[in-house]
Each structure stands twice: as C-alpha cells, then as structure tokens.
Write a protein that binds this ligand. Sequence first.
Ligand SMILES: [Zn+2]
Length: 312
Amino acid sequence: MFRTIRIATCVSLLGLSGGWAATASAAELKAVASFSIIADFATNVGGDRVEVTTLVGPDGDAHVYEPRPADAVSLEQADVVLVNGLQLEGFMSRLIGTSGTKAPVVELTKGIEPLKASEEEHDHDDDGHEGHHHHGEFDPHAWQSIHNAEIYVKNIADAFCKADKAGCATYTANASAYVARLSALEGEVKAAIASIPAGKRTIITSHDAFGYFEHEYGLKFIAPEGVSTEAEASAADVAKLIDQVKEDKASAIFVENISNPRLIEQIARETGLKVGGTLYSDALSAKDGPASTYIDMFRNNISTMKAAILGS
Ligand SMILES: [Zn+2]
C-alpha cells in the first residue's frame, strides 16, 4: 500500500498529475498567532479547518520576546498572521520583514476603543531621565476586557473568511458560538466583582496589564511597572507605589505568570501584604495549568482575586 502511494507521488512529481500533493495538504488554512491568548481565539474560530501556530507560547512575555529562526519559517508559510497591535509585539515588524511573508497581517484590536497608556507614574528610566518611553501611546492589553475579546473574535472570523471563502460559514458559526460563551463569562465576572466590597477593590500586580479590566469591571489596579515590561521599575517607582499602597489601602498583591516574582515579593514584605497567588496577564498557562484557555484564564484570575481579598 505504502509503495503504491509513493509511486503515485513520483508520477505526480514528473508532471503527469500535479494535483495529488496539493490536495493532500490544502484542507487547512495556516494561521500564525503572535501570542497564546490570540491562538486560543483563533483555535475556537478555526476549528479543524485551521492549523494555528503560536509564536509567544504559554507564560511567555510578548513585550520582550526574542524570535527564533523557526518563527520566520512559520510566518513565511502562513496564510494569515494574527497580531494584537497597539505596539504589544515589539518583535513583530522586523520578524515579518525578515520572513518575507506575503500573508495578510491582521491587527485584532481594530475596532476596539483603545485606552491611553498611563504615563505619569512611569515616565522616567532608571537614571531618572524624563520622557524615556518604552511603549506606545495606548495600552495594548485590550483582551482583559471580555467585550474587546468578542471584537478580536469577529476580526479573526473576518480574516479567515477572506483567506478561505469555502470555510466562511463554519468560521462565522464557530465565532458566534464562542462569543455566546464569552458573554456568559462576562456575566460571571460582573457577579464576582459585585461580591467584593467597594473598600476592598485595590489590587497590586507587577505591570499595568489590567487597565481594560479596571475600566470595564471596576477593580483598581496599581503596579510598579508600566504598560510594557521592557522598562524595569526604578527604586523611585517602587517607593512611590509603596506610599500609594498605604494611602489606597490595597487589599491584595499578586505575581504575574509572565514576570519574575522578585519585585512583587519585595513590595509584599515592605507593605505587609501577603502574595495572593498568580494572575495570568499577558499569556495563558501550559495545557496542564489552571489557565490554558482564555475562559479559564478569566475564571482563574477572578477566583484568585476573590480568594485573596475575601479570604475564602
Ligand atoms: Zn503586558
């Protein structure tokens, strides 16, 4: 049997029939997702028709990612490239150039209402130089609003429909079913937040990844690092944060899955707060972890916050 197939392949390579090799692999659209959260959305929309490759994997930090040679190969072979945009992926434009990919590069934050990056607390580097910015005008962490996630999903469905018209009905149906699950998730999140007393809603994380969460759901997040992890917090940033914690009476402090916990542990010691666990900010967990999908990430973050604040 195997021998027969090999012969058939050889015949097609000789030009007698050009179709065999092509039809064997044409069933799938190849999509590249810049990081794990986008990859999960793309998998939900694409189902079996789309093969999704992720550049920045579980627990990875897209702000400071260093591409591997294999990433250029993935891009070169892609039919669609899905990125967040708003200058999250600093590595991306150069990688796209190097790869020579002809695939459309789709920015999934298109159509969301971007929030301005808060500059005032982080507008200096370690030497105290003013105006040394390491990020764009806007906060890129738009996926921390479930409403925005629904826009990402619709943008992915549009991109897949353009690249694979035959699959469009499937992509549209998959996207609707997933958006319905996201809407239900948003109800759970709002109910969970409502159960936290108003005076206990200030939380410390390591970088400003939760601006959209704060805007949408009403907890207050403060962090020693700004909207990018690229610039490390200075001693002055940390001192200022500790003062702020005393004024605002922060209720809980968390490490992030993408960041070194050292700074948060130091702040916890100096403020007397106990580290309440790990929040998933810019990446999912590995498959066997508690946040391997976007929906599980949100549920896990909410239950971790509630447990630390309410002590349950
Ligand atoms: Zn971030």
